[in-house]
Each structure stands twice: as C-alpha cells, then as structure tokens.
Design a protein. Structure first.
Length: 370
C-alpha cells in the first residue's frame, strides 16, 4: 500500500478557471480519507489528478515516494470506482471482475484466486455466474468494487460510488465499504458531497470550498471544533444556527445581546471573547439545533441562557421534531427537540441554549474565534 503526498497542487483549465488551488495534504498508508464539499468545490478534480485523469498544473504529487505528476494512469498502481458502474452486458459477473486481469496477461490460476477472494470479501460468491441484467443496483456496485479489489492496487480512489443508489441501500453499502477497508487495511481516497456519508466512512475528512481546503480533521472535530462558519454550516443536519450578537458587559459579567434580549456567558466563554478583543463588538454565535432546548427542567436550570421565541412552524420527524423559531421577529433559528409536549405554531415559548456548546465566529472573516 502507499501514502499520498500533495504539495502545492493547483489545477487551472485552459479557459482560465481555477478548480483547485494550493492543495497541501499528507495521506498516510491505510487511511480512509474523504474529500467532501458542495458541487464544484474541486473534490473530484483533486481525485482525478491523483488518478492521472487530470493534469496537474502546478505542484508535486507523490504516490509512495514516487513523483507521479507525469506517470500514466495505468502505471500508478491505483484502482478507481466511479459513480456510474458500467459493466460488460454480455459477460458474467466473474468475467466482468476478471477482465482487467486478463488484459494484463495474468495467469488463469491467479485470476481465479483473486476473483474468488474478492467475491468472498464482498459477499457476491453466489452471483459469479449471473449476468449484469439480473443484478440490483447494490449488487452491481459490489461487482464494480470487485473489479477494483482484484487489481490489488496501492490506492483505491472512489468518486461518489454510492450516489446513484437509493437511501436505504446507500446506508447498507457504507457499512460494507467500512468492513472492506477494515479487512484489507488499504489506502482509500473517497469523494462525496454527502456529509453524513463522509462522517460515517472517513478516518479524516478534507472539507473543500471553491477549490480550497477549509479544514482537514476527524469527523468529531469537524462537528465540535469547526475552523470557520462554512465548515460549521456544512457539517451537520439541520445546519448550525448562526445568530448575530453584540458582546456587552454589565455588573453581571459578559453578555450577548441578541435583538432586544440577552444571555449571560460562562467565565470560560467570556474570557475567550475578552482576550480576543471582541468586547463591544458584533460577532456571529453558532449553535446546533440539538443544543436548543424547550424542556422546563433545562430552562429552570439554565436561566442565564433563556430567550423568548415564537414558533413559526413545526416538522415532526419520527421521534423528533424541528421547530422553526423567530427571536424578536427577525432572528430565525431551528431547534431539534423531542416530540413530547410540542408547542403550537404561533405560540411564544422559552428556549434555553446550551452555553457549553455555543461557538463564536468573527463577523467579517467568518473564522472561528475560539
């Protein structure tokens, strides 16, 4: 297997559009790294440069210890699984998986060994004699993965391989992918626009926006310690709430003025804002919907963080519900709460913010203050 090193990688197309800029990243051997971000952020372009399907405009790409900028795709010892898994319709599953090995003149004995091992790993032994037309979407995707596995490459590259599958099957295939990686202990670079898929699969995530890496971190750190407002908003559903607030002080301590209401901060939170020079300035407060509470017990125990809000709409989502709220008629936020004792639309209620979970962002740079 191999590590991947991207040093100052840039991609500029002939029409002048810069798809990727200043990409610096070290991917360790046996890691499962996921490039994630909205459409057009450069994640697939980055993957295609690693594969050799796109030319590197500037920078150095290393696969293992080999500078690979000018190495042909077939010589990079990689295998790629695409979004669209095209199969030879007149070949059996066995023949589809074995085809690439036959082209390389590998012996029949070795081909048989690799195909049967891959089929066992993927749970498709019983499908080897089947024709592609008889397979479900999930089975076809397993065959596509089998074609990659038998190559025994240094690196697996996967470009949104599950996006064409329906939701339930996608979740099941995520689990299968995780199991395969755990069993093979190989290097995987995976591309998706689905943050949930990225969080479920990746040991590390590379969050991109407009061709630039925003943050490289573990799934947990991206959720709890986002480096900027974009990462905080992209990771999580419903998205994090962002509220403009003014940092003020009184005889009680440091407070956040939100509309005509205020909440008092804990000593650790106020220390951060004072030391960073945000007293008497506007900031952006970030809080996830799950950290906004309406229960009487929480509100009674957290009087310093209580605000008055109006319920504009509710959405029941099984055992939980989304409350769409306004504070002082202009600040819109979403709360994710238990469905028991739901307030009515139009009702004015008390909400409590979990002050241990709130985050601060600079109003102008949108970088995390903490």
């Amino acid at each position: 297997m191999a590590n991947i090193s991207l040093k100052g990688i840039k991609k500029v197309y002939p029409n002048g559009i810069t798809a990727v800029q200043n990409l610096d990243l070290e991917i360790e051997d046996k890691e499962f790294v996921v490039f994630v971000g909205p459409s057009g952020c450069g994640k697939s372009t980055a993957l295609r440069m690693i594969a050799g399907l796109e030319e590197v405009t500037e920078g150095a790409l290393f696969i293992g210890n080999n500078l690979s900028n000018d190495i042909e795709p077939i010589d990079r010892d990689i295998a790629m699984v695409f979004q669209n898994f095209v199969m030879y319709p007149d070949m059996t599953v066995y023949q589809n998986i074995a085809h690439g090995l036959k082209v390389k003149k590998i012996s029949s004995e070795e081909i048989h060994k690799r195909v049967t091992e891959a089929a066992e790993i993927l749970g498709i032994e019983q499908l080897l004699d089947s024709m592609p037309s008889s397979l479900s979407g999930g089975q076809q995707q397993r065959v596509a993965m089998g074609r990659a596995l038998v190559k025994q490459p240094k690196v697996f590259l996967m470009d949104e391989p599950l996006s064409n599958l329906e939701t339930k099957l996608r979740v099941k295939m995520r689990l299968e992918l995780a199991k395969v990686h755990k069993k093979l202990q190989t290097t995987v670079i995976y591309v998706t626009h689905d943050f949930e898929e990225a969080m479920a699969l990746g040991t590390r995530l590379v969050v991109m926006k407009e061709g630039i890496i925003q943050q490289v971190d573990s799934p947990l750190n991206l959720y709890t310690k986002p480096k900027n407002k974009f990462v905080a908003e992209f990771i999580g559903a419903p998205a994090m709430n962002f509220i403009e607030a003014r940092v003020t002080s009184s005889d009680k301590g440091v407070e956040l003025l939100i509309g005509n209401q205020s909440i008092q901060l804990s000593k650790s939170k106020e220390k951060t804002l004072i030391e960073k020079g945000y007293l008497n300035k506007q900031i952006i407060v970030g809080i996830r919907p799950v950290n906004i509470h309406i229960s009487e017990v929480f509100i009674e125990a957290s009087k310093n963080s209580v605000l008055t809000a109006t319920v504009e709409a509710t959405e029941v989502m099984g055992s939980e519900a989304y409350l769409y709220l306004t504070i002082d008629y202009h600040v819109e936020i979403t709360a994710k709460v238990d469905i028991r004792a739901l307030p009515n639309e139009g009702e004015t209620i008390k909400i409590g913010l979990d002050l241990n979970k709130i985050q601060f962002f600079d109003k102008y740079t949108e970088e995390s203050i903490s």
